[in-house]
Design a protein around this ligand. Structure first.
Ligand SMILES: Cc1ncc(COP(=O)(O)O)c(C=O)c1O
Length: 407
């Protein structure tokens, strides 16, 4: 029996997406077919040509070796070219770019590299769990700023910085993510510029997560911090941005992403990684480079797929009697306010009821932060027929009076 405390692990709340695993397992054990819209885990396979590139390079023996460093040069060059083509910004592939084993790994290890006890980081509320988790794992304090449609991102961050300063704290790192998970919020280039200026004026550093770069339903490419009206060289003085291959090219299981921007921040992450890993499997990096160079069409198809699914889900939910739900302007999620008919006890109760009584799994909003507790998140990872089936089940749940349903 070990009696030592493990504060780093034990102080972390349960990960947002596993909170209801036990409920799902119990309901599945009864033989129920759960429609699982919980985790944002893309359902379609990686496009064939990307997999072919992996297979071609996997049979070459030298690709099986360790590949220390910041990632293979062809992939760093492809990442730099991706930025130049989309956002007109150039990066030095030796100093300003590093390949990571997924955006989560990059953001987590960046925080470990640059934050310490006594530091303060800002994260959105609600947020993708690692945005608040990474600084906490690194030992830093985290203050939250409101991510919601009724407040401009720059104002929310400015308010939170002002609050911290009033209490005698300086913010060291601001973490932002647009298009935003879980709210589906998309911001304009001007709004991104205002946000970047607020962080710049405060003297903090900025980490922006651009995982949904291709899933802005209004613009072909969501704004980058390096193309927001503030000169890229100024942003490079304090900011980095990460882009993941997981969503745009359906490569979530491959674990590959990159981070670009400030040379000192990128260098600190790369330095830490010399201790932690020897780079991701080389064939994977070659295939990722191919995807960045040739994969815009795949990303475009996926954007349309998620728009169609969002439309189908929101239409179906409304028809089922779910009030107040609107179509997202980006990402692959629908962030739905919990109707009174479903629960008045918050997102865990609502999620449990949906799983137990409708056999539809969603992610409880509280898993994304305290500000998420009035919502649940639907991931758009099923096609319209299954989405329609989920909505019908939810409709039946709404039409059964609560007491009769035994709730
Ligand atoms: C905002 C955001 N960032 C990062 C990730 C994960 O990226 P990766 O698979 O590269 O770790 C996700 C996955 O859902 C996400 O929603």
């Amino acid at each position: 029996m070990i009696s030592w405390p493990f504060p780093r692990a034990e102080n972390l709340p349960t990960y947002g997406f596993v909170i209801t695993d036990a409920v799902k397992a119990r309901v599945r054990a009864t033989g129920a077919d759960i429609i699982d819209l919980g985790l944002g885990n893309p359902d379609r396979p990686t496009p064939g040509p990307i997999v072919e590139r992996l297979l071609e390079t996997a049979v070459i023996g030298k690709n099986h070796r360790y590949h220390p460093g910041r990632g293979l040069l062809p992939l760093r060059e492809a990442a730099a070219a991706w930025y130049t083509k989309r956002y007109g910004v150039r990066f030095d592939v030796e100093q300003e770019l590093v390949i990571t084993m997924g955006a989560k790994e990059g953001m987590s290890n960046l925080c470990l590299a640059i934050l310490d006890r006594g530091d303060l980081a800002l994260a959105p509320d609600p947020c993708y769990p690692i945005h608040a988790g990474a600084p906490r794992i690194a030992g830093a304090d985290v203050a939250l700023y409101r991510a919601a449609l009724d407040i401009a991102p720059a104002d929310a961050v400015a308010e939170s910085i002002a609050r911290a300063e009033k209490s005698g704290r300086r913010v060291k790192l601001v973490i932002a993510n647009y298009p935003q998970n879980p709210t589906g919020q998309v911001i304009s280039r001007e709004q991104m510029g205002a946000l970047v200026r607020v962080v710049q004026r405060s003297g903090a550093m900025l980490l922006h997560d651009l995982a949904y770069a291709d899933f802005d339903f209004r613009a072909r490419n969501a704004p980058s911090i390096f193309d927001c009206g503030v000169p890229a060289d100024e942003v490079k003085a304090f900011g980095v941005e990460t882009f993941s291959m997981s969503k745009s090219y359906n490569m979530p299981g491959w674990r590959i992403a990159f981070m670009a921007g400030n040379a000192r921040l990128v260098g600190a992450l790369a330095h830490l990684k010399t201790y932690l890993d020897y780079g991701t499997f080389a064939p994977l990096q070659y295939a990722a480079a191919w995807a960045l160079e040739h994969g815009d069409g795949f990303a475009e198809e996926l954007r349309e797929l998620y728009m169609r699914r969002a439309h189908a889900l929101v239409g179906g939910l409304r028809h089922a009697g779910w009030e107040g739900v609107t179509e997202p302007s980006g990402t692959m999620f629908v962030w739905a306010p919990i109707p009174r008919a479903l629960s008045q006890k918050g997102s865990l109760d609502a999620t449990t009821r949906l799983i137990e009584q409708a056999h539809v799994a969603v992610a409880p909003g509280v898993g994304f932060g305290p500000g998420g507790d009035g919502h649940v998140r639907f991931a758009l990872i099923e096609d319209p027929p299954r989405i329609a089936e989920a909505c019908e089940r939810i409709g039946r749940l709404f039409s059964v009076p609560r007491r009769a349903a035994g709730a």
